[in-house]
Design a protein around this ligand. Structure first.
Ligand code: AMP
Length: 249
């Protein structure tokens, strides 16, 4: 069984992004870029499935600019066997990515596609669900545990009231939640090995997909600045302030 793992190149989660002066987006010039953290978890899960003998091949896919190759090399250093870059300099929205992935699902026929539940740059949480709809495949989102056996995946999901367990028939789409696993550290020998692994490059046109943006961002703005706090001398003053000024009690 092949496992396809889409990985997105995003601004590193440690970077405090700045909104551009013209409010059209955030400034990503000279900013550290990394693999979306939920996608690292997805790669780790796929590699563990291969190590257990459940999966036979793990294929990492990234859609975007040439530099996404670095993200794909990281995925291969974690343990993916090969990679596909769908190269474009167009801004890619979740629907466009889902269409590209649908074309790759048709081509590669994976038993499982494991995506991150959300990209930390657009916070869309849409691509996996859109792919499931386009490919007409069952989906289990926000997975915190995955067990694959007998052509089915048993997926535990974290829901408000506790845990929900689903059984879905393969081929299927899974999206990862934070607690699914802890991705391994990438070692130097594995980084070196990853350099020799196969990385194919395609264009959206090769897959017959029109990736033009369908949504227009009107404005991006910083959250309002927090005002300074005050120190109160005692509990009585605090209660009085909460009652009379903040009017919350
Ligand atoms: P989103 O719907 O944008 O929050 O993204 C959810 C997931 O879709 C990510 O965690 C990735 O697994 C996948 N994804 C989104 N955009 C891309 C991309 N440009 N290339 C590869 N995978 C992507």
């Amino acid at each position: 069984m092949k496992v396809l793992v889409p990985v997105k190149r995003v601004v590193d989660y440690n970077v405090k992004v700045r909104v551009k002066a013209d409010s059209t987006g955030v400034d990503i010039a000279n900013v550290k870029m990394s693999m979306n953290p939920f996608d690292e978890i997805a790669v780790e899960e796929a590699v563990r499935l291969k190590e257990k003998g459940v999966a036979t091949e793990v294929i990492a896919v990234s859609c975007g600019v040439t530099q996404c190759q670095e993200t794909l090399r990281t995925a291969m250093a974690i343990g993916a066997d090969r990679a596909i870059l769908v190269e474009t300099s167009e801004e890619l929205q979740p629907l466009a990515v889902a269409k590209l992935l649908k074309a790759l699902v048709d081509k590669e026929q994976p038993g499982l596609v494991i995506l991150g539940k959300q990209a930390i740059d657009d916070d869309a949480n849409q691509t996996g669900q859109m792919l499931a709809a386009l490919a007409d495949l069952p989906q289990a989102t926000f997975a915190s545990k995955v067990e694959v056996a007998d052509g089915k995946a048993k997926v535990t999901r974290e829901v408000d009231g506790g845990l929900e367990t689903l059984s879905i028939t393969l081929p299927a789409i899974i999206t990862t939640d934070l607690r699914l696993n802890e991705p391994r550290y990438v070692t130097l020998p594995n980084i070196m090995k990853a350099k020799k692994k196969q990385l194919d490059t395609l264009k959206p046109e090769d897959l017959g997909v029109d990736v033009k943006p369908r949504l227009k961002t009107l404005k991006v703005s910083e959250p309002p600045k927090r005002g300074a706090g005050v120190k109160v001398p005692d509990v009585a003053t605090l209660v009085a302030k909460l009652k009379n000024e903040a009017k919350v009690i």
